[in-house]
Design a protein around this ligand. Sequence first.
Ligand code: LLP
Length: 440
Amino acid sequence: MDDFHYQQGQLYCEKVNLEQLAAAVGTPVYVYSRHTLETHYDRIAEAFAALNPLICYSIKSCGNIHLCKLLAQRGAGMDVVSGGELHRARLAGVDMAKVVYAGVGKTDPEIRQALEAGIGYFNIESEAEFQNIASIARAMNVSARAALRVNPDVDPKTHAKTTTGKKETKFGVDIERAHRFFERYGRESHLRLCGIHLHIGSPIFTVEPYVQAIEKVLALIAQLRQEGIAVGVLDLGGGFGADYQSEQSPSAADYAAQIVPLLQPFHAAGGQIILEPGRTIAANAGMLLSRVLYLKTGGQKKFIIVDTGMHHLVRPTMYDAFHFIWPTNVAPAHEPKQRKATMDMPGLETCDVVGPICETGDFLARDRALPPVARGDLLAIFTAGAYGMVMASNYNAMPRPPEVLVDGKQITLLRRRETYDDLVAPEIQAVTGGAVRNQG
Ligand code: LLP
C-alpha cells in the first residue's frame, strides 16, 4: 500500500518519525514517500510491460515539479491539461515528445505554447477544437499529432463529479460520431489524426469498465481500418484506483491481467499504447499531517478541530471522499493493522474531524471512530498525495502547507510554506506595478 507504518505506537514515513518531522517543519504539512511514489510507478510499468506503453503521469493529480522530476527520470511522460501544467512538465525535465495534452478548453496561447514545445499528442475534445488547433498549426507552419477523445458510453461506477466516459459529458465525442470525425479530418496535414484517447472516469475500482471501453474502441479501430483509416495510437487515459482503505483497489497487475491480453494484437500490429495514471501513483505516496487545536462537543457530537481542512484537502467536502485518519502516536492496542472505514478496537470515540474554515462543509471525516486525542496531538490524513495539494486553496486567507519528501532517513523540503506576503503579493504588485489603470 505505502511506506507509512506504525512502529511501537508511532507513525513513520519510511525511516522518519512523523512527530519529529512535524517538530522540524511545523503543521499542516504534506509528506510524500519517495519509495512509495517510485514503487507505484514501477508497478504499472512492470504490469503493462508486454505492451511497452508510454506512461504519461497525470500531472493534475500531484504536480510538484520535484516529484514529477523523479518520475521523469524513470522514463515517464506527462498528461497535461493546461499551459501551467505544461510549464511544470518542462521544469521537471520531461521529454516534450512524451507529453499528451487533453482538456476541453485549450486557449490559443496555450495551443501555441504546446506546438512550439513539440508535444507528443493533442487529445482532441471537440470538432471546433480540432479545427482551431489545425489552423494555428498551419499558420505557424508546424505539424502536430492528435488523438480523438472518444466516449465509449460505459458506466465507471464512480462519483458523478468524476464520471467522464458516459454520453452526456463535456469531454470527447460520442463513439458514433468518431467515425465521421476521422473521415472528415483524417487527412489534415498540420494536425495528423492518428490516435484514439479514452478516459472514462476516476477512480475506477473495478477492471470491467476498462474491458468494456476497450472492446468498443477496438471494434471502432477495426471498422476504420476496413475503410482505409489507420489508428496507430490508443491512449487509455487514467482512473485506476488507490487504497483509501486497505486492499480497496485492484493492483496494477490486476488491471493489466485483463487489459493486456485485449490489447496484445493491437500492439503486435505496431500500435502504440499510452497510459495516463495519476492517482494510482501519487495517492498513497502522500499524506497530510495536522495538529489538533481544540476538542469540543455540540449536542451529542464530538468535534476534533485541526489546523487543516477543506482548503488543503477538499476531497471529503467535494466528493464525500473517505480518507483514513489516525493519530501519529497511539497506545499499542490502537496501532492500526489495516485502514478501514470502521475500525474494530476497544476504547474508540466517534467524532467529526473538522477544519478552521467558516463553512459547515469544512470537514475531513464525519462520525469516525478514533482513539482518544488531546490538544497538540498529531493526526495523519492518509492517501492524500493525489488531488490534495493541487486542489488546495487560500480560502479564508490561509497559506497553503509546505510539501516535504522523505527518502529513507532524509527529509527534503519540496515547497516552502506560503507566507501572508505570498497571499497579497499579486495585489500589491498590481498596484505598485501599475497593472490596474483608472479607466475613468
Ligand atoms: N487523464 C485524463 C484525461 C483525466 O481527466 C484524468 C483525471 C487522468 C488522466 C488521471 O486520472 P487518475 O489516474 O488520477 O484517476 N479531483 C478528483 C479526480 C478528478 C480526475 C480528473 N481527471 C478526485 O479528487 O477524486
